[in-house]
Design a protein around this ligand. Structure first.
Ligand code: P6P
Length: 315
């Protein structure tokens, strides 16, 4: 992912002057939110081993909850809610938003995306979206987005600024929770499909038509954690899709803390996003836990997806 044009991004928390107590302008607040998420990452990672058991509980989307989900969620509420300028915290694990003060920036997080991978010790991560608006908010109101990837190495992929054209950088998250800039991310130009995430379930005819069309180029990869699959797309090109299903017409992933931030990052890296018809950033926000079909990756492949879906729908 690294790029000769590196170092032009925002630095680690250490040299950022916008730590906790940041001025109120949204970009500075958002920068401090990303620093706080990076600072929490080593503690989240260290807390995973003892929290692999499922609790007798479900999250607002009806999914089983792990002790690790609750641990990460509580830590992030404390750290991100403590950033000056943040007024609202929302999470996959919470039914409603949490009022954290009088700031204008709202944060929406998936504390442990892919936490079911704990059982098989596969990668997972933390997704953070910072909106300069009340929630639920449009992706166009994002002022920063990022994900931490707990892989062999702990990294963060993030950008700060308006969605259009913001530089996306990869950072090494140090053991001290600082961000070391590894360089700007640009999706490979070659649209050859390398990674294709998303479960192979009961695809509806229109999506199956798209898969048939690119099947000869398709190297199906499925990691069970969206951000790990998206990380492959950012490295090698291709698409990640968790499409609409026969059994789930709006797909599974949530717009506020999964679809929007991942769309912000992939589009900022030169890719495209789509719910099947439009950029995820243009999907109307109607609820904290609203689901949306997610397709992100190489522009050519997303264009072909929308044409395929259009073709089937307009038969
Ligand atoms: P399934 C993880 O639970 C998640 O939200 C995404 O990270 C991942 O892509 C998807 O759900 C996996 O869902 O139904 O294939 O287990």
């Amino acid at each position: 992912m690294d790029d000769p044009d590196s170092g032009s991004g925002h630095g680690s928390g250490a040299d950022s002057d916008t730590g906790v107590g940041a001025a109120d302008e949204p970009v500075a607040v958002a920068e401090a939110v990303l620093d706080a998420a990076a600072a929490a990452a080593p503690e989240i990672r260290a807390g995973l081993p003892g929290r692999r058991r499922y609790l007798d509980d479900e999250n607002p989307s009806g999914e089983d909850v792990l002790a690790a989900d609750v641990y990460a969620d509580e830590l992030l509420e404390e750290r991100l809610g403590d950033v000056d300028g943040v007024g609202t915290y929302a999470s996959e694990e919470r039914e409603a938003t949490v009022d954290t003060g009088d700031g204008a920036v709202s944060v929406a997080v998936d504390p442990l995306d892919g936490s079911s991978n704990l059982e098989s010790n596969n990668p997972m991560g933390t997704i953070v979206a910072a909106y300069d608006a009340p929630l639920p908010a449009s992706g166009r109101d994002l002022v920063a987005a990022g994900f931490v990837l707990y892989g062999p190495v702990t990294t963060m992929v993030a950008g700060v600024g308006a969605p259009d054209g913001t530089a996306i950088h990869e950072y090494l998250v140090t053991e001290g929770g600082d961000r070391e800039d590894l360089g700007r991310i640009a999706l490979p130009d070659d649209p050859t499909v390398y990674g294709f995430g998303g479960r192979v379930p009961d695809w509806p005819d229109d999506f199956a038509a798209y898969v048939d069309e690119i099947e000869d180029e398709l190297k199906l990869r499925y990691g069970g954690a969206m951000i790990a699959d998206v990380s492959q797309v950012l490295s090698y090109g291709g698409v990640f899709a968790y499409p609409a299903l026969e059994s789930a017409p709006d797909g599974k992933l949530r717009l506020q803390f999964e679809g929007n931030p991942v769309a912000y990052l992939v589009e900022g890296a030169g890719g495209r996003s789509s719910d099947g018809a439009r950029s995820l950033l243009d999907v109307e926000a109607i609820g904290i836990h609203q689901r949306v079909p997610v397709h992100v990756g190489s522009p050519e492949l997303i264009d072909r997806l929308e044409a395929a879906l259009d073709g089937v729908r307009n038969r």
